[in-house]
Design a protein around this ligand. Structure first.
Ligand code: FES
Length: 83
């Protein structure tokens, strides 16, 4: 459904991730390429780490906590980081 004054398209900012946009949408890349999605809602990458850019593929999660506070060495099981 196209956006209108009565039903504006909603964009939600995730401070640690993508922009969530109600679809369908067309996104114009910085090289002029048009990417279209007919989904009900789409997540647009803001970190530029996505392998499916401009769509978010959750790669941003690695930027926030690279190992989730855990450490792992070769041959060992994952353990809590000691501090
Ligand atoms: S914001 Fe999710 S991969 Fe970039």
């Amino acid at each position: 459904m196209p956006n209108s004054a009565e039903q504006p398209r909603r964009v939600t900012i995730d401070p640690e991730g993508p922009l969530l946009v109600e679809g369908p949408v067309e996104v114009v890349g910085d090289d002029g390429t048009v990417h279209a999605s007919r989904r009900f809602a789409v997540a647009i990458c803001t970190c530029r780490r996505s392998r499916t850019y401009p769509w978010c593929d959750t790669s941003h999660r690695r930027r926030v906590k690279p190992d989730g506070g855990r450490t792992r060495t070769a041959g060992q099981q994952e353990t809590e980081a000691s501090s």
